[in-house]
Design a protein around this ligand. Structure first.
Ligand code: XMP
Length: 326
C-alpha cells in the first residue's frame, strides 16, 4: 500500500542496489526536488554522497543559509558550497536583455558545477574511490514529458587536477521519478526537511537575476532581496502561502519616480508585487490579496527599504502577461 514511509523505504533500498559501494554527486538548487532527492540518497548511502550547492548570489534572503544550515543539520549531508557570486555578477555586468541574462546564468552555472564535479571526482580518486552516479530530482511529470528514458550525463572535466578523462560520465540516480509533487513533499517531510523548504513556492532557476528589470548589480540585488523578504514575511504571517502559487517581487531598476518622505523629496525605484493563483503556471490569475495585507507590505517596504518609494500591484492574468516580468 502507498504510504510515505513505504516509499522512502523502497527508494532507499533501490538506491542502495543501484549505487552499490560507489560514490554519488548531487547538485542542490535550493528547491524542493533536488533537496528531497539528495536527502533520500543520503539516507541510503550516507557520506558516499557529496552535494554541491552553487551560490550564484541570485537567491532570496535566507535561502542559501537554509541549505547550508538546515538541510545539512537534518540530513547530515556532505555539502560543498561554491561561492560564485563575484563570477556571476561579473558575467552579468552591463546586460539588461532577459534572454541574454538567462543564457549567461545558465552557462556560468554549468561552468561552476563542472569545476566542482571535477574536484569531487579527483578527491575521490585520490582515496581510490570512484564517483559514478549523479543524483537528479526528476519527477514523474518530467519523465512523461521527456519520453520516459533514463541514462547518463556527461560533464566536461576541467583538467587542472590531472589524471581525469576529458569527459566525466555519470549514471543517473532519480529516486523521485515515480512521484508527483505532492508525494515528493510528503517524502521530504518524512525525511525531516523543514516545512519552509518542502512547501517552497516555485522560484525560477535564474533567480532574482530575472526579477530586476535592467542590469543586475550587487546594490540592486540587495534592494530587491530586502523588499522581497518583507513581502514574503507578511504573506506568511497572513497565512496566505498555500493560497498563492507564487508572488514574484520585481524591481524596476531603470525607473525612478518622485516621492515625498519626512520633509524631503525622494527619487526612488518602484517594486511590483505579482501575486498569482495557478494550477500549473501555464495559465494564471492575479490573486485578490486582502487590502490590509497589501497595505502592510507597502508601508513596510517603503519605510524599511530606502531605495524604494513606490509599491505597485500587477493585476494582469496569464495570458497575456507571463508570471515573471522577464
Ligand atoms: P512565466 O513567467 O513564463 O513563468 O509565466 C512560468 C513559471 O516558470 C518559472 N520560470 C522559470 N523557471 N527558469 C526556471 O527554472 C526560468 O528561466 C524561468 N522563467 C520562468 C516562473 O517562476 C513560473 O513559475
Amino acid at each position: 500500500s502507498w504510504t510515505t514511509a513505504n516509499v522512502v523505504e523502497d527508494q532507499v533500498e533501490a538506491v542502495r542496489a543501484q549505487i552499490g559501494d560507489k560514490r554519488a554527486l548531487c547538485a542542490l538548487s535550493g528547491g524542493v526536488d533536488s533537496a528531497v532527492a539528495a536527502a533520500l540518497v543520503q539516507r541510503a548511502i550516507g557520506d558516499r554522497l557529496t552535494c554541491v550547492y552553487v551560490d550564484h548570489g541570485l537567491m532570496r534572503e535566507g535561502e542559501t543559509e537554509q541549505i547550508e544550515r538546515d538541510f545539512v543539520a537534518v540530513t547530515g549531508a556532505d555539502l560543498r558550497v561554491v561561492d560564485a557570486r563575484e563570477q556571476f555578477l561579473g558575467a552579468l555586468a552591463g546586460v539588461s536583455d532577459p534572454e541574454q541574462k538567462r543564457k549567461i546564468i545558465g552557462r556560468e552555472f554549468i561552468r561552476v558545477f563542472e569545476q566542482a564535479a571535477t574536484d569531487v571526482v579527483a578527491d575521490a580518486q585520490a582515496h581510490g574511490e570512484t564517483v559514478e552516479f549523479l543524483v537528479q530530482g526528476t519527477l514523474y511529470p518530467d519523465v512523461v514529458e521527456s519520453g520516459g528514458g533514463t541514462g547518463t550525463a556527461n560533464i566536461k572535466s576541467h583538467h587542472n587536477v590531472g589524471g581525469l578523462p576529458e569527459d566525466l560520465t555519470f549514471s543517473l540516480v532519480e529516486p523521485l521519478r515515480t512521484l508527483f509533487k505532492d508525494e515528493v513533499r510528503a517524502v521530504g517531510l518524512q525525511l525531516g526537511l523543514p516545512e519552509s523548504l518542502v512547501w517552497r513556492q516555485p522560484f525560477p532557476g535564474p533567480g532574482l537575476g530575472i526579477r530586476i528589470v535592467g542590469e543586475v548589480t550587487a546594490d540592486r540585488l540587495s534592494t530587491l532581496r530586502r523588499a522581497d523578504a518583507i513581502a514574503r514575511a507578511e504573506l506568511t504571517a497572513a497565512g496566505l502561502d498555500r493560497e498563492i502559487w507564487q508572488c514574484p517581487v520585481v524591481l524596476l531598476a531603470d525607473v525612478r519616480s518622485v516621492g515625498v518622505q519626512g520633509d524631503g523629496r525622494t527619487y526612488g525605484h518602484p517594486v511590483v508585487l505579482r501575486p498569482v493563483s495557478s494550477e500549473d503556471a501555464m495559465t494564471a490569475d492575479w490573486t485578490r490579496l486582502p487590502y490590509d495585507v497589501l497595505q502592510r507590505i507597502s508601508t513596510r517596504i517603503t519605510n524599511e527599504v530606502a531605495e524604494v518609494n513606490r509599491v505597485v500591484l500587477d493585476v494582469t492574468s496569464k495570458p497575456p502577461g507571463t508570471i515573471e516580468w522577464e
